[in-house]
Design a protein around this ligand. Structure first.
Ligand code: SDX
Length: 436
């Protein structure tokens, strides 16, 4: 389904030198209007300059909407808090991919469609033999997902709607297996094969926690918490990794290669890698009494220290996901009987101090999705290196939905930004004996 086209609501005039360009102003369903600058080069012989895309809409999309000032996040119009409270990850996956919450028969069909693709081609297992035992699981995810293009050549024709759908099912279904196996390889435990009689989150917890020698049934409260964590990470419009997936996809490359690119982009500490970085930061702060000196370091421009899990390009208010994450944190700790979690106490105190400090208030820096997720995942038994892979597992559905939307948009062209060239002007080659 191609996105509904935006509508023209006005024009903006840009004058440069003795020429003027009248540019259409476009509006979507919600959000800031956009000046359509596509004609600007032809009319004025200039480009627009926006290096980190802070003022640029790169596409039309009907999937996710964020109002950063109000702290609102909608998927296909549905508020994230309602989805996190009432829905399930596979329902949300259906919503993101196909535009509507599924009816009961649609959900059954979608669930069985996903769950019958959970196994990996048996040869893929052998990839793990090549990794060092201490390899970061994100390195394993990038490689194994990229390698999937070599194993599923029957679903890489991007022009074939059915093949696009099958590759979407395969990616959503196999990510839990790949993620759990990355952990098993690190610990030296046997890989556990997926259980299609279990729910999506339950199966992931099973493959992560079970060993062949014992029966293992994931705790239902923790399963629900995991499902909610997956929902909260499922999509977030044109963030860095999604934009990476779209840019890769605009060349016509196959979906497995696109998602591998997205995983690589997510890995960085400014993006999905922040959940791991938050726990590292909390560990380094160590105790509430050290918070003031840590905050001073953060505020020192020369220190390069950031308050990880805080700040966002779009949210200038609470990230609504962070609030739900904090609530989920209490539920998980309650279920596990953890009455005193020093890291949570530290995080809450850090949040309180930061939200009242002029530096953060002035810059509108609030906790983001990554601030509390690590504490929950740690309590559930995940090592810190698994936090970003779990983000990638959840975000795969967002990436593939955005990729699918882009491929199905008839206006799609290869992404190709321009630049301001600041290097040497044209000059003649100098023979080596004349250089110096
Ligand atoms: C995710 O885009 C998405 O939607 C991403 C995401 C998703 O679901 O896909 O929401 C997931 O990536 C969440 C973000 C996780 N990252 C972190 O928690 C890392 C810490 N935060 C930052 O480094 C930063 O806030 C970013 C990367 C998230 C946003 O960077 P921006 O938009 O480029 O903002 P900026 O760096 O220009 O900051 C503006 C000001 C600067 O100060 P001044 O130069 O104006 O004096 O705020 C300061 C920054 O130095 N600042 C921080 C800070 N974040 C911004 N100062 C201290 N600690 C921070 N965390």
């Amino acid at each position: 389904m191609a996105p509904n086209p935006s509508t023209q609501v006005g024009t903006a005039t840009l004058t440069y030198g003795d020429k003027s360009a009248t540019l259409p102003v476009l509006a979507g369903t919600l959000g800031t209007d956009c000046v359509d600058v596509r004609k600007i080069q032809g009319d004025l012989n200039v480009f627009t300059f926006d290096p980190s895309y802070g003022a640029t809409a790169s596409c039309e999309s009907a999937i996710t909407y964020i109002d950063g000032d109000e702290g609102v996040l909608l998927h296909r119009g549905y508020p994230i808090d309602q989805l996190a409270e009432k829905s399930t990850f596979l329902e949300v996956a259906h919503l993101l991919l196909f535009g509507e919450l599924p009816t009961a028969p649609q959900l059954e069909k979608f669930t069985s469609g996903v769950m019958r693709h959970t196994m990996l081609h048996e040869q893929i297992r052998r990839f793990w033999d090549g990794f060092r035992r201490d390899a970061h699981p994100m390195a394993m995810l990038c490689s194994v997902v990229g390698a999937m293009s070599a194993f599923y050549p029957d679903s890489i024709n991007t022009h074939d709607e059915r093949q696009r759908e099958i590759s979407a099912y395969r990616l959503i279904a196999k990510m839990p297996t790949i993620t759990a196996w990355a952990h098993k390889y690190t610990t030296g435990q046997p890989f556990m094969y997926p259980r299609n009689d279990m729910g999506y989150a339950e199966n992931f917890l099973y493959m992560f926690g079970a060993v062949p020698t014992e029966d293992y049934k994931p705790n239902p409260v923790l399963t629900r918490a995991m499902d909610r964590i997956l929902i909260l990470h499922a999509d977030h419009e044109q963030n860095a990794s999604t934009s990476t997936v779209r840019l890769a996809g605009s060349t016509g490359t196959n979906p497995f290669a696109c998602i591998a690119a997205g995983i690589a982009s997510l890995w960085g500490p400014a993006h999905g890698g922040a959940n791991e970085a938050v726990l590292k930061m909390l560990g380094e702060i160590g105790s509430v009494k050290n918070i003031p000196s840590f905050i001073e370091q953060v505020k020192d421009k020369n220190s390069n220290v950031k308050l990880m899990g805080f700040g966002h390009r779009v949210y200038k208010n609470f990230d609504p996901r962070a609030k739900i994450m904090q609530k989920t944190c209490y539920e998980v700790l309650g279920e596990l009987g953890i009455k005193d979690e020093p890291l949570l106490d530290l995080a809450i105190e850090l949040e309180k101090i930061a939200l009242n400090d002029e530096y953060f208030v002035k810059r509108k820096l609030y906790p983001n999705v990554d601030f509390y997720s690590g504490i929950i995942l740690k309590a559930m038994g995940f090592p810190t290196s698994m936090f970003t892979p779990i983000f990638a597992l959840a975000r795969t559905v967002g990436w593939i939905s955005q990729w699918k939307e882009m491929i199905e948009d008839p206006t799609n062209r290869i992404g190709r930004p321009r630049q301001i060239y600041t290097g040497a002007a044209a000059r003649d080659y100098t023979p080596i004996d004349q250089r110096g």
